[in-house]
Design a protein around this ligand. Structure first.
Ligand code: ADP
Ligand code: 5GP
Length: 202
């Protein structure tokens, strides 16, 4: 995978507000493309196939694994999730950055393949907000919410493997934090070397 520094991985417990914040970042920064994952989870009301996820069955998911079509994949609660490889490389070839909304096991797989990927962990400042938000979102049964909270505790234990922690108490501030991280990465000297060549050749 070329241009690993242009991969922006966003993780965080379910209910942290990742989708909400990411959609604001995507509206405001057209140099970043969202990586649409494949999942065996059923669509929620309002989710669109090919936009929010590629909603596929377990057999198709297994085929994608066997054909080496996924950059990473993991099981989360009772479903499988994975990142189709081809669109990531196509967008990098166009000079765009690619942003992933993926859980921690997948994030660590990307970090292994691409150590320069930027890893961002999103959380509210108080853990109790997660359960409240999952109830307000109303897309998961009580049992599923319990499983997601249990998984959240494991996910928190991985937070220090990330480069940045973004606090989401207000979606606009959290989106600004993510945009600032993307801007800072763009400004790194190593990513601006092409502006030095003219003087260096004088
Ligand atoms: P995730 O993608 O991390 O699972 P969502 O973006 O679906 O989380 O957000 C979970 C719920 O919390 C949604 O109902 C969303 O509207 C709400 N939400 C997101 N950010 C905030 C925030 N900063 N304050 C309060 N509610 C929020
Ligand atoms: P949800 O069911 O709430 O949409 O997503 C559940 C979890 O799966 C979230 O933590 C989300 O970040 C993660 N996820 C979504 N797509 C992928 C993917 O392609 N790979 C991995 N590893 N996790 C994903």
């Amino acid at each position: 995978m070329s241009d690993c520094g242009k991969l922006i991985v966003v993780s965080g417990p379910s209910g942290a507000g990742k989708s909400t914040v990411i959609s604001r970042v995507m509206e405001q920064d057209k140099s970043v493309v969202f990586s649409v994952s494949a999942t065996t989870r059923k669509p929620r009301e309002g989710e669109r196939d090919g936009v929010d996820y590629f909603f596929i069955d377990s057999d198709s998911f297994k085929k994608m694994i066997n054909n080496d079509e996924l950059l990473e994949h993991a099981q989360y609660v009772e479903n499988f999730y994975g990142t189709p490889k081809a669109p990531v490389q196509e967008n990098l070839n166009k000079g765009l950055s690619v942003l992933f909304d993926i859980e921690v096991q997948g994030a660590m797989q990307i970090k292994n393949i691409c150590p320069e990927a930027i890893l961002i962990f999103v959380i509210p400042s108080e853990f109790s907000q997660i359960e409240k938000r999952l109830h307000i979102r109303g897309t998961d049964s009580e049992e599923k919410i319990k499983q997601r909270i249990k998984t959240a505790k494991y996910e928190y234990s991985m937070a220090l493997s990330y480069d940045y922690i973004v606090l989401n108490d207000d979606p606009d501030s959290a989106a600004n934090e993510i945009k600032s991280i993307i801007t800072a990465e763009k400004c790194k000297a190593v990513n601006r070397q092409n502006y030095l060549t003219e003087v260096n050749s004088l």
